[in-house]
Ligand binder design. Structure first.
Ligand SMILES: *[C@@H]1O[C@H](CO)[C@@H](O)[C@H](O)[C@H]1NC(C)=O
Ligand SMILES: *[C@@H]1O[C@H](CO)[C@@H](O)[C@H](O)[C@H]1NC(C)=O
Ligand SMILES: *[C@@H]1O[C@H](CO)[C@@H](O)[C@H](O)[C@H]1NC(C)=O
Length: 255
């Protein structure tokens, strides 16, 4: 009974982590990205197509951006491996917005002037967002595989033109968690597995204690009932002087 409820509890614990994560991502995705780009209008040209000036442009007032890490609410990035994020662009202005490219860079969180890495640029060709429409642009990046695991700041910029005038917006300026290459263990799952193991050990100890109690009881029971010394002489030897022998001799005296 206890065993059964325990194992159910344990499996629920193990299963809960990924389910919770998926649920969180879905709600995030549903809330933020209502419409994606209508089929194939994005002309993805390739990486490093041009060198985009380093933060010289203003952002246009009629453009709103948001950033989403699909299926990765922890913003966990494996060093050296590709990670995808989605940049949502909403055109609340009156002219079409021509998205040109997305770039990003990695900085030290405690000092933004310390640039760790320039990430590759993703260029788009004739990716136009008409007025009062929104579109989502993918950006795939990989931080250096030599980056130490830890927290870094990612600054993502999107470059676009409105009426041939260049602008840029920062769509993300926040932290990412860099994990060691190939390390897929999140902090959460490590915690849950550790908790599970600890619970298992505790349960094992408890079970051990229960067994000892039960075996003591069963050893005592026949002896008290029979009340003779013909059996268990060996048992008596190592029980000499314990509470058990004392109580046994007491009951004998009563007879
Ligand atoms: C990153 O890019 C900026 C601007 O493009 C440049 O000034 C800087 O030297 C680059 N840094 C590294 C480490 O590549
Ligand atoms: C972009 O594509 C539209 C049609 O999808 C076309 O009318 C327009 O001329 C193109 N613009 C450029 C700069 O290629
Ligand atoms: C990003 O945020 C940091 C502080 O949180 C700030 O110093 C930095 O200027 C910001 N960068 C951009 C491009 O907005």
């Amino acid at each position: 009974m206890a065993m059964k409820s325990f194992s159910v509890f344990f499996f629920v614990l193990l299963l809960a982590s990924p389910i919770l994560q998926v649920a969180r991502c879905q709600s995030e995705a549903e809330a933020d990205v209502a419409e994606a780009v209508e089929g194939g209008e994005l002309g993805i040209v390739g990486e490093e197509a041009q060198d985009f000036g380093s933060g010289n442009f203003d952002s246009a007032p009629g453009v709103e951006t948001l950033c989403l890490f699909p299926k990765n609410s922890a913003k966990l990035v494996s060093a050296g491996e590709e990670t995808e994020l989605l940049v949502g662009v909403e055109n609340v202005g009156e002219s079409p917005v021509n998205v040109i490219a997305i770039t990003a860079s990695v900085h030290l969180p405690f000092d933004h002037r310390m640039l760790v890495q320039n990430l590759s640029a993703q260029a788009f060709n004739n990716a136009s967002v008409p007025p009062s429409k929104q579109a989502t642009f993918p950006y795939i990046f990989a931080v250096s595989k030599y980056l130490q695991p830890g927290t870094f700041d990612l600054v993502g910029n999107i470059f676009y033109e409105i009426d041939q005038h260049p602008y840029q917006s920062t769509f993300y300026n926040g932290t990412i968690e860099v994990a060691e290459a190939g390390g897929f263990l999140s902090v959460e799952s490590v915690f849950l597995v550790t908790l599970g193991i600890a619970l298992l050990v505790l349960f094992g100890l408890w079970l051990h204690g229960q067994f000892q109690r039960i075996s003591k009881k069963t050893k005592r029971a026949p002896k008290v009932e029979v009340g003779t010394r013909t059996t268990d002489t060996s048992l008596d030897e190592w029980l000499q002087g314990t509470a058990y022998t004392q109580s046994a001799s007491k009951s004998k005296k009563k007879k």
